[in-house]
Design a protein around this ligand. Structure first.
Ligand SMILES: *Cc1c(COP(=O)(O)O)cnc(C)c1O
Length: 359
């Protein structure tokens, strides 16, 4: 038998979360974002769960080609564009939409002399200072794109730095919106700017296309809980207790003896560690569920195990069921306790973890 550690991926939850994202932006079409192996859920599962999306967005060119081989025949958008002068040929071959965010990509596209047309999405740096042309250089980039015979439709995209914190004093959402509107004024073409936080908190900025990612997997970028929005967790990580220890005051648990008992307690050892994707920096107190009871992780996270406080559990034993995150324990809650975000936990699910699917 393999270890009892299992990630359950709920395809119906993916479907339901996409429906919710679309319902929040009823006048927009949706790129369902499936980068990073569909945020750790599996590219092919993402493709099936998001069959109702108008397109799929991702970063990896090889994964985009794989989607075509798997039979996805709607649009696919490369959210960072491409990286090499040989890539545009593949974009044409696989019929991929691409973001163009810098001069170098423009030049590569000009020089590719493609025989088949492709759609491009011109990215504005509206203040995040990650990818995109500055407002001052945006029009010139647009004119260069227009002059490329193989460029079919040109769309306009930007990305918010603070959609989950709209009144951020350094860069409010409204300021990025203003810059985007100004830079694209009079330019004919579709617009897209909304990630999950924008779709959840600023439905007015949905534009022609939304680009939800994290919400489709049943987590949120911050603020209100996923459940409050009606989102369903798509990934549940579960395991079992594989060892039980009874300790007394003064006894320590695990590496570094980082947790010391102040009274008698029962410790459960769970088959799940940082080599499975559990965050190594999760401190004592990080929530975990054993046999339906919420309790806490104690001591340091090891490579293959964590240790938990079984005091609140009625009849703890080897084989007791453990939920690390997912149904019954929001991934955002675990991430928050560990000083990270649900995104990192999902994406970090290790390949050695057995995955099962429910529909
Ligand atoms: C990842 C990504 C998204 C999705 O972001 P979420 O916060 O997961 O909703 C949207 N747009 C771009 C350009 C991205 O890279």
């Amino acid at each position: 038998m393999p270890r009892p550690l299992i990630a359950t991926i709920d395809i119906a939850a993916l479907r339901s979360n996409l429906a919710l994202a679309k319902a929040r932006a009823p006048h927009s079409r949706a790129w369902a974002v499936v980068k990073a192996n569909a945020y750790g859920h599996g590219l092919e599962r993402g493709m099936r769960g998001f069959a109702a999306a108008d397109g799929l967005g991702l970063i990896e060119l090889d994964a985009a080609a794989r989607l075509r081989e798997l039979g996805w025949n709607k649009r696919i958008l490369l959210l960072e564009g491409f990286f090499d002068a040989s890539d545009p040929q593949l974009l044409a071959e696989y019929q991929l939409d691409t973001v163009i965010h810098c001069e170098e990509q423009l030049t590569m596209l000009e020089q590719a002399r493609l025989q088949t047309k492709i759609d491009v999405h011109l990215k504005l740096n509206s203040g995040m200072n990650r990818l995109g042309f500055t407002p001052a250089k945006y029009r010139a980039a647009y004119e260069r794109l227009r002059a490329i015979p193989a460029v079919d439709h040109i769309s306009f995209v930007t990305h918010f730095a603070n959609a989950e914190d709209p009144d951020n004093p350094v860069l409010p959402v409204q300021e990025q919106l203003r810059r985007f509107r100004e830079a694209t004024r009079d330019l004919p073409g579709e617009q897209s700017m909304a990630n999950s936080a924008t779709d959840l908190l600023h439905p007015g900025s949905a534009a022609d296309w939304i680009r939800p990612g994290i919400m489709l997997y049943g987590a949120t970028p911050g603020g209100q809980s996923a459940e409050q929005f009606g989102l369903r967790p798509a990934m549940s990580l579960s395991s079992e207790i594989i060892g039980v220890q009874h300790i007394v005051a003064g006894d320590a648990v695990g590496y570094g003896s980082a947790f010391v008992a102040t009274g008698p307690m029962t410790i459960g050892v769970v088959a799940c560690g940082y080599a499975d994707g559990y965050p190594r920096h999760a401190p004592s107190g990080t929530p975990v569920i054993v046999d339906g009871m919420k309790t806490r992780m104690v001591g340091r996270v090891s490579m293959d195990m964590i240790t938990v406080d079984l005091t609140p559990v009625a009849k703890p034993r080897v084989g007791s069921k453990v939920t690390l995150w997912g149904a019954g324990l929001p991934i955002d809650e675990v991430a928050n306790a560990a000083g990270t975000v649900g995104y990192e936990l999902m994406c970090g699910l290790a390949s050695r973890v057995k995955v099962v699917e429910v529909n």
